[in-house]
Design a protein around this ligand. Structure first.
Ligand code: GDP
Length: 194
């Protein structure tokens, strides 16, 4: 994908603050620190359009971006960060569910996981929500550069088994080497064009 433009539009918590639902939207979700910002920045060829390693504990916001005047990208707040205060954790679920339920332009969610981790309850719950709202999931395992080839194979088997997702449907990615960038873009385009 050739990137001509990529810009931040706005941050929101509630639907009235969302920008107009004018473009097909793809959201990005994952645990805090999973490498979500890095992945989006690689997709749009920008060093820090999405700010990396956001301070945990801040009010968590849904950030909207526009890419090539063609797609809306949404950076969803990360989940599962142990140090996040309870008050923030309590608002995360309703904010997420409202977004998934109400956003009519949403076409799919890229679910980002660390290849070194077995997916936990949060990932499984998230996939259930997506099924419930009939939103396609694009599962991506990132930080593949951190494991040897043989360990990557083992982890892919564990992750696909845990998620109940065919191994061939797990996209292998690395923000460091940019491996998988084309596959993620292809999956996004396929999802938008369904
Ligand atoms: P976020 O909290 O999910 O947005 O995660 P970030 O994108 O801020 O990444 C968290 C940390 O992991 C940062 O130190 C990144 O440099 C690092 N990181 C992210 N993706 C990769 C990757 O594919 N490979 C390696 N080696 N490090 C990565």
């Amino acid at each position: 994908m050739i990137i001509k433009s990529a810009e931040f539009i706005t941050s929101a918590v509630k639907p009235p603050q969302y920008p107009p639902a004018a473009l097909p939207e793809i959201a990005f979700a994952g645990r805090s620190n999973v490498g979500k910002s890095s992945l989006v920045n690689v997709l749009v060829n920008r060093k820090r359009l999405v700010k990396t390693s956001s301070t945990p504990g801040r009010t968590q916001l849904i950030n909207f971006f526009e890419v090539n005047g063609q797609y809306s990208f949404v950076d969803l707040p990360g989940y599962g960060y142990a140090k996040v205060p309870l008050a923030v954790k309590k608002t995360w679920g309703p904010m997420m569910r409202t977004y998934l339920e109400k956003r009519e332009s949403l076409r799919g969610v890229v679910l980002i996981m660390d290849i070194r981790r077995v997916p936990g309850q949060e990932e499984l719950d998230f996939i259930l929500w997506l099924r419930q709202y009939q939103i396609p999931a694009i599962p991506v395992v990132t930080k593949t550069d951190k494991l040897s080839k043989s360990k990557q194979m083992k982890q892919l088997a564990v992750i696909s088994e845990t998620l109940g997702v065919d191994r061939d449907h797990l996209i292998q990615f690395s923000a460091k080497t940019r491996r998988g960038r084309d596959q993620v873009w292809a999956a996004i385009e396929a999802t938008v064009n369904i």
